[in-house]
Design a protein around this ligand. Structure first.
Ligand code: ADP
Length: 597
């Protein structure tokens, strides 16, 4: 944890990792700190002032200690402002000035970094005690940024209350950045973002937004339409590889992708008195007439919620009641939870002895790898297929259908089953799913289940064509709600022609998104498998997935005299398979060169 400032103007030492017993915000510089000692002139004046304050203080009244502390702090902040004007900053020291300087300590500089310092009016208002500022805040009088920081550090306001207290969202974000990481977030942008869309829907305690490089693969010819697929990733070679797959698909006439099932699930768990009571509840729910009553309660919570069925699972005297529902274009977790909550209240009226242990009993299953999802499906269940002629396979992938089938069998069937993967019969579906999820505002945590994929590769007996299919039974996506409401994410959904709600056919936009993702996964699968059979993977990753910039200086390399020649220190990066083999023989490869295996 980094030492955080207490008031404007104090130099705060970085708190070392071994000194974390005390929260940084509680640390105050002591009088003995030589860096803060006053000059003789101002010191004697301060002592006079201090005497005056002490004379006036009534120790029998609450808050007398705070008054002294505030006085001392105000004195120091004046002093530090003066000093900031005259002193040159010591950039080599690990000291962060929480002063009014606009330059910053940004650590090792990266060649392309954009500075995003929080330019704050950091000095607190002079002659105002914490009590004064608290009163000002209560009476909604204007406060300076430094005043808000003082109030935060003294615990008068909480970080999460900043937007409400400051009123301007961007200013609240700037103050929070300075509070949690003073002078540190020089490369994390925060200006010019539409925070109205974020608050109360996407993120709390906001300190900015994370830029991730965005690229596209395509055109992907899918269901007779061409789209460029937006992908947010920091993994070099991923988009290039997917693009190659898209190119092959285009030449092959396109990929067919279809959603074949659609249901979001939530499974509350309830406690009954005994097994027999559990059985009674189970059989009551299974009666069609009762199901319709529950459905009425469930469906009335949203015009898009449509309860399809309920499954129950007994475990001793507890019962899991699993709801399956259609949710239109929403991914549906909020919608189904709301529906369940209403349905459970109705059930409780019928069975007062029933105790709802948890609205989610983990049999749903959300955001955990689970066989039950792989078997039953969750969200959209989608499959895509495409056939490639052997000519196409050799011209684009420089391999043969037979080699691909052989590799697929060994890797996707034997390898994945030996490893005990769950829905892992694929090369790297998660790579494509994650990149599109980030670009289109999906729930990133659902990559864990949404990337379960069975990739099948066969040679067609009739014509010798290569038949590739990807089946993904757990694609949890939506085009309304969650992160899909944010501007940049909406733009990406527009690229895929599935932004927002589908007014005429609710659910059709979310289904299209699922189909595009599955089609793009197929492009990524065939391309990666091909590069594995031809040993091109390492080659392409050396070129596209390994930065040559020296961002981090290694302390050991600075200390130990280097006797190697320049060529030995910086050997040329191998670019051909032959060079790579030579390098492998001479030394072990550094990790991180092939992330998409
Ligand atoms: P989720 O359940 O995916 O978390 P929410 O339920 O929070 O999403 O948000 C979906 C919102 O969008 C609901 O308020 C719903 O009424 C609204 N909505 C508008 N059009 C549609 C549509 N076509 N399909 C689903 N929801 C829609």
């Amino acid at each position: 944890m980094i030492g955080s400032p207490d008031i404007g103007g104090f130099p705060i030492e970085l708190q070392s990792s071994t000194d974390c017993s005390k929260p940084a915000s509680n640390r105050r510089p002591s009088f003995s700190d030589s860096k803060m000692k006053k000059s003789p002139q101002s010191g004697s004046q301060s002592i006079k002032n201090l005497r005056k304050v002490l004379d006036e203080i009534d120790v029998n009244k609450d808050g007398w200690k705070e008054k002294i502390i505030d006085f001392v702090y105000d004195e120091f902040s004046v002093q530090n402002e003066e000093r900031n004007m005259c002193e040159t900053r010591e950039t080599t020291s690990k000291m962060f000035y929480f002063g009014n300087g606009s330059d910053s300590e940004s650590g090792p500089s990266t060649p392309t970094q954009e500075s995003c310092p929080s330019l704050l009016d950091i000095a607190p208002t002079q002659d105002r005690t914490i009590d004064d500022l608290t009163k000002d805040l209560k009476e909604e009088r204007p406060l300076r940024d430094g005043d808000f920081l003082r109030l935060l550090n003294r615990g008068v306001i909480k970080s999460r209350e900043l937007e409400e207290k400051v009123k301007e969202k961007e200013r609240a974000v700037a103050i929070r950045r300075e509070f949690v990481a003073p002078k540190l977030l020089n490369n994390l942008p925060y200006k010019g973002y539409n925070y109205d869309m974020v608050m109360n829907s996407c993120c709390e305690n906001v300190i900015g937004f994370m830029p991730i490089p965005m690229g596209t693969a395509g055109p992907l010819k899918i269901n007779c339409r061409n789209v460029f697929v937006p992908m947010a990733t920091t993994e070099g070679a991923l988009i290039a590889s997917t693009n190659r797959g898209c190119s092959a698909i285009f030449k092959a006439g396109g990929v067919t992708s279809r959603v074949f099932d659609d249901k979001m699930t939530r499974a509350p768990v309830v406690q009954m008195r005994c097994l027999d009571d559990c059985l009674k509840l189970k059989s009551w729910i299974s009666i069609e007439e009762n199901f319709q009553k529950i459905k009425k309660e469930f469906d009335q919570t949203s015009r898009f919620a449509n309860l399809l069925k309920i499954e129950t699972t007994i475990d001793g005297s507890i019962l899991f009641i699993k709801f399956f529902a259609k949710t239109g274009d929403a991914m549906g977790m909020n919608m189904v939870s709301k529906g369940c909550s209403s349905a459970m209240k109705y059930l409780k009226d019928q069975f007062p002895e029933m105790k709802v242990l948890s609205l989610s009993g983990n049999l749903c299953v959300d955001k955990k790898a689970a066989a039950i999802n792989w078997i039953q499906g969750r969200g959209k269940s989608v499959a895509a297929e495409c056939s490639f002629s052997d000519k196409l396979v050799s011209s684009i992938f420089r391999t043969t259908p037979r080699d691909l089938v052989e590799a697929a069998n060994a890797k996707l069937n034997v390898g994945s089953s030996r490893a005990g993967t769950l829905g892992g019969q694929n090369c790297h579906a998660a790579n494509i799913v994650a990149a599109i999820f980030l670009a289109t505002g999906q729930d990133a945590a659902q990559v864990v289940s949404s990337s379960m994929c069975s990739t099948k590769i066969e040679v067609d007996d009739k014509d010798g064509d290569l038949k590739v299919s990807c089946t993904m039974p757990v694609m949890e996506v939506g085009t309304v709600g969650g992160g899909t409401i944010l501007g940049p994410q909406r733009d990406c959904l527009k690229m895929l022609e599935c932004e927002g709600p589908n007014e005429t056919s609710p659910g059709a936009n979310a289904a299209r998104l699922a189909e595009v993702i599955c089609g793009a996964v197929l492009a990524g699968e065939i391309s990666l498998l091909a590069s594995l059979t031809t040993d091109e993977l390492v080659d392409s990753h050396m070129k596209l997935n390994r930065s040559r910039m020296n961002l981090y200086s290694s302390p050991s390399s600075l200390m130990v005299p280097n006797t190697q020649s320049k060529d030995q220190r910086n050997p040329p990066i191998p670019t051909s398979p032959n060079q790579i083999r030579q390098k492998r023989n001479s030394e072990s490869m550094r990790p991180g060169c092939a992330n998409i295996l």
